[in-house]
Design a protein around this ligand. Structure first.
Ligand code: 6PG
Length: 241
């Protein structure tokens, strides 16, 4: 583990060990709540969360940690139906919500299959209804879970999306270079405001872009998020050395 000005880097030898540690940290955070205190979390998409979900379920059952009052949102969603294999909600439903018997009232999915303007407005009003808000009306989530792509994108904030740098929208519909192209993503302001932000990065192929992101304030979307926050936890299953 290495601590730097605005992030802590946790390096693991493999994806399972990374998932075990992130799951244990998450359950520790949940365990620190007062009873009945809600917890708001934005889940990430892509492949990496699956191992985290399975490990979280296993440890939660072993340790008897409750997920009552945890409200689930997404950092981004692909504009595909919830039964589509590319849908981020579906992975959580199968590997986290069903095993933990999470009730519908706690799940605030982005309706990627609907008209985008409707889906963006619905997702925004839902996250702002449930979450604490800062003075600018941005949701202050307890935890944001992110992955990172080979181009340094996080959520669906891609390097080519210059509009995102200026936008104060909580959620936006975008066209990204990673299939499926149409997506709805949280913006930089909400990622900056979260109480905790954890980036789980799997795959040695991402080492160079992670190094570049740690070495500058704006060379990649991840770099922008790191420089907008006082602290971010980064978990990797590869060594940067
Ligand atoms: C998405 C994601 C995206 C993802 C990264 C890493 O919906 O595509 O939210 O930001 O986290 O692309 O994806 P992998 O975990 O599959 O490498």
């Amino acid at each position: 583990m290495t601590d730097s000005k605005n992030h802590t880097l946790h390096v693991f030898s493999n994806a399972v060990a990374m998932a075990e540690s992130a799951a244990s940290c998450w359950l520790k955070l949940l365990g620190q709540r007062n009873s009945g205190q809600q917890f708001t979390v934005a889940l990430s998409g892509g492949r990496t969360p699956r191992a985290l979900y399975s490990e979280t379920v296993k440890q939660a059952c072993d340790k008897g940690v409750s997920f009552d009052d945890v409200h689930f949102f997404w950092g981004d969603e692909r504009c595909v139906p919830p039964d589509d294999g590319e849908n981020n909600f579906q992975i959580a439903a199968e590997h986290l919500f069903a095993p933990l018997q999470i009730v519908e009232e706690q799940i605030h999915r982005i309706k990627g299959e609907c008209d985008e303007t409707f889906a963006v407005n619905q997702a925004e009003s839902e996250i702002c209804r449930v979450s604490e808000l800062n003075d600018d009306g941005q949701p202050v989530l307890d935890l944001v879970l992110l992955g990172m792509g080979e181009d340094g994108h996080v959520a669906s904030l891609f390097p080519s999306d210059k509009e995102a740098f200026e936008s104060s929208a909580v959620y936006r519909a975008i066209t990204g270079p990673k299939p499926p192209p149409r997506r709805i993503t949280l913006g930089y302001p909400a990622l900056a405001e979260a109480q905790a932000a954890w980036v789980l990065i799997s795959g040695k192929g991402k080492a160079d872009v992670l190094r570049a992101s740690l070495a500058s304030d704006d060379s990649t979307p991840l770099a922008r998020v790191l420089s907008s926050r006082t602290h971010t936890e980064i978990f990797t299953d590869f060594d940067l050395a």
